[in-house]
Design a binder for this molecule. Structure first.
Ligand code: PMP
Length: 290
């Protein structure tokens, strides 16, 4: 479902067929999760296919590699150009793009010596989360920032996301709300979170979250609409029963929440400022003005 016999990927200097690509079994990326990656979306616009916030995503990829001591020499411009080339070769417009940086064969716990860049893409028209999600506070915490570089998007980090997300699904919820080690709300398994109260949006301050590019875009939109936003630490109790809430991320876009721990958000989504932000975001990714 991610690729077929004709799908083209970029791998370490060449465009090759996805079906012909392989990976080395003797590497730290596979064994220890020592890889960095991005999740990017491209959209069909009246000016052609446009990658949303390519610069921000590729700057974060380079920063993630740097924080992990993985050598990675591509420039943001090279990465962006290669991605447009990849989309063109596959004939994709609305797509999800997954750049992945893995390390050369080495089973020790030393720093990366050499890295390989893969660029994968598949067609995608929707966010990965439905609107009106029922979410639960997870018993899994986000990784302690003193044990990990939480602002880096690293493969191994997502084992925690899988555990939290699957636990929520096993318990009958759509997604997990994950707390930091002090019990403050951090984020979801793969998206940032906001809640709305009396026309003000609240989102967890940086520290135990992946500072999302969509989160930043939401704050830009709020600034343009004069919607007050507070970056602060708060407990799930403060979020439960608020007017509205949403998850946001490149893949999630803006996904409305129905309830937290079975306590519904109280306002009709259509009447919230969050809905205004959602609409503005969906226009912005297609380069339409607010
Ligand atoms: N938090 C986590 C853990 C994520 O995986 C993502 C998705 N990359 C986000 C937040 C949202 O980040 P962005 O808006 O940059 O996609």
């Amino acid at each position: 479902m991610y690729y077929n016999d004709d799908t083209v990927i970029y791998f370490n200097g060449n465009f090759i067929k996805a079906k012909d690509a392989g990976t080395d079994l003797y590497g730290q990326s596979l064994h220890y999760g020592y890889s960095v990656f991005e999740g990017i979306k491209s959209y069909s616009t009246e000016y052609g296919t446009k990658i949303f916030k390519a610069k921000e995503h590729y700057e974060r990829l380079k920063k993630s590699a740097d924080l992990m001591h993985i050598p990675f020499d591509y420039s943001v411009e090279q990465l962006t150009d290669l991605t447009y080339e990849l989309l063109e070769k596959n004939g994709f417009s609305d797509a999800y793009i997954r750049p992945l940086v893995t390390c050369s064969p080495n089973m020790s716990l030393s720093k990366g010596k050499e890295s390989y860049l893969s660029l994968l893409a598949w067609e995608w028209n929707n966010g990965y989360l439905a609107d009106q999600m029922k979410i639960m506070t997870s018993e899994f915490q986000r990784p302690n920032p003193k044990a990990f570089k939480v602002e880096a998007k690293v493969g191994g980090h997502y084992v925690n996301s899988i555990l939290a997300c699957q636990d929520a699904k096993d318990k009958g919820y759509d997604e997990a709300l994950v707390l930091d080690e002090s019990g403050n709300v951090a984020e979801s398994s793969g998206a940032n979170v906001f809640f709305e109260k009396d026309g003000v949006l609240y989102t967890p301050a940086k520290g135990s979250i992946l500072p999302g590019i969509t989160r930043q875009t939401v704050m830009e939109i709020c600034n343009e609409f004069d919607i007050p936003v507070k970056e602060t630490f708060f407990k799930p109790e403060e979020m439960r029963g608020a007017d509205a809430g949403f998850f946001c991320g490149t893949a999630a876009e803006i996904a409305a929440l129905d309830s937290l721990d079975d306590v519904p958000f109280t306002k009709n989504w259509e009447d919230t400022v969050s809905k205004k932000v959602q609409q503005a975001y969906l226009r912005r990714v297609r380069l339409l003005s607010l």
